[in-house]
Design a binder for this molecule. Structure first.
Ligand code: IMP
Length: 185
């Protein structure tokens, strides 16, 4: 299959977790596709948009991931707008700073990461999902991971402190991949 993302951080996690779950799986790397605009109203819409576009462009089974961070004190935002929280082309650091700024003085730090996966292979489509409950730290901690990992805490540690192998045992993405593997039988 093709991992339908141009985000190398996501692709690495997906490959590591999937290789453990489905040891026979082969990934195709040397294929190209045009960027897909994430215009969907939900994570599922966007995962389907990306997987369908990449399957059509490459003729191969394509697996796409769309992920959102849902913060209780922000009524579930940023959700589907997680990548653009600080603006249309925001960097990881700008998004983290914007979220910390939005939560200044807020005691309720509860948040959930949610991933929806879409696997498209010709006429067949499988949608899977996974989530992890945690909280937003008061400041960045740790040097691993990507995106919001330095400020997303589970069990007292941020994902950036836990490191990739620890994150891959309990993350939203790992859980969604487990769901996908179970649906594949
Ligand atoms: P998208 O799924 O590519 O739309 O990503 C949504 C946003 O969430 C981007 O800003 C990503 O950097 C961030 N993100 C996605 N997955 C993770 C993760 O596992 N940890 C931290 N941030 C993530």
């Amino acid at each position: 299959m093709v991992i339908a993302t141009k985000n190398p951080d996501k692709a690495l996690e997906m490959r590591e977790v999937l290789s453990g779950l489905l040891p026979g799986i082969a990934f195709v790397d040397d294929v190209e596709w045009e960027d897909v605009e994430e215009t969907g109203a939900t994570l599922e819409d966007n995962a389907l948009l990306k997987a369908r576009a990449v399957a059509a462009a490459t003729g191969l089974p394509a697996l796409a991931d769309d992920t959102g961070l849902e913060v209780v004190a922000l009524d579930g935002a940023p959700g589907v707008r997680t990548a653009r929280f600080a603006g249309p082309h925001a960097s990881y650091a700008e998004n983290r700073a914007a979220l910390l700024a939005a939560l200044v003085g807020v005691e309720d730090r509860r948040a959930r990461f949610r991933t929806v996966l879409a696997l498209v292979d010709r006429e067949e489509t499988i949608v899977a999902s996974g989530a992890v409950e945690g909280s937003i730290a008061f400041a960045e901690r740790g040097s691993g991971g990507f995106g919001y990992d330095p400020i997303f805490e589970v069990g007292g540690e941020t994902f950036a402190e836990i490191g990739r192998s620890g994150k891959n045992t309990l993350s939203h993405r790992a859980r969604a991949l487990e769901d996908l593997a179970s649906r594949l039988g």
